[in-house]
Write a protein that binds this ligand. Structure first.
Ligand SMILES: Nc1ncnc2c1ncn2[C@@H]1O[C@H](COP(=O)(O)OP(=O)(O)O)[C@@H](O)[C@H]1O
Ligand SMILES: [Mg+2]
Length: 233
């Protein structure tokens, strides 16, 4: 067999947003390869392009320069349908503000993305129970987001992100709304998710969270610092 295919690979990627006041260059010549099961943290000042990079790695958006490969397939060549299939089945997203649906319970928030992926009801029930227990919220299944603490909401969001067994979990400042101790618990959970085989790319200002990653990258003005450039790519 040839070398294992990267989960996602950015090659010389750039992103320019056309704006009325003139183009905004959010990313410039970014190269990054994320192998299956890797744990990467990205830090950098506000506005340096971290969220833009996550959107590209997550097939939410496409680069304006360079190329992006998801599991070996060029994202540029994919239609919107193909990209949305990848987002639903291969990638999990976790955000600073959780983005749970407020009218749905923890259980329903986690189950919804499995329904969207066409998972049969019995399997969905078993998976949802397993996931809520995995994140330590078996007892909170019937709670709506307003009836949960910030840390609990983020656990539900992580359970939802894992629902379809993605190979890659992307998190954008996942502890930004949480106190240090709760942030530590979320960090422990990410460690477990990674130990169970999911690749993680976490954007964070939290040094304790970044320290957990095996690869730490610094970003500045739309560029990744030198160690991100993998030899040969
Ligand atoms: N959708 C967008 N349209 C126009 N400009 C954007 C958009 N998203 C981000 N930007 C700009 O791109 C730059 C990088 O933003 P972002 O990736 O959100 O940085 P970070 O996540 O590091 O704070 C900023 O100058 C921001 O204003
Ligand atoms: Mg951001």
């Amino acid at each position: 067999m040839s070398a294992p295919v990267a989960i996602v690979e950015a090659r010389g990627v750039g992103k320019v947003y056309p704006m009325p006041a003139g183009p905004v260059e959010a990313l410039r010549d970014v190269s990054l390869t994320v192998a299956p099961g890797e744990y990467v943290a990205i830090s950098g000042p506000s506005g340096c392009g971290k969220s833009t990079l996550l959107h590209l790695l997550g097939c939410v958006d496409t680069p304006t320069a360079g190329s992006l490969l998801f599991e070996g397939h060029p994202v540029r060549a994919m239609g919107e349908e193909e990209r949305s299939r990848i987002r639903l089945r291969r990638i999990g997203f976790v955000f600073q503000r959780f983005y749970l649906l407020p009218m749905l319970t923890a259980w329903e928030n986690v189950e919804l993305v499995q329904s969207e992926a066409g998972m049969p009801a019995a399997e969905r029930r078993a998976r949802t129970r397993e996931l809520l227990e995995y994140v330590g919220l078996g007892e909170r299944a019937g709670h709506r987001p307003s009836q949960l603490s910030g840390g609990e909401m983020q656990r539900v969001a992580i359970a939802r992100a894992l629902a379809n067994r993605p190979g890659l979990l992307l998190a954008d400042e996942p502890t930004g709304e949480l106190d240090d101790e709760t942030g530590e618990q979320i960090g422990d959970l990410f460690d477990r998710v990674n130990a169970d085989g999911t690749a993680l790319v976490i954007v964070t200002h939290n040094p304790a969270l970044a320290a957990r990653a095996r690869r730490r990258l610094a970003m500045r003005s739309g560029r990744l610092a030198a160690p991100s450039v993998v030899a040969g790519s």
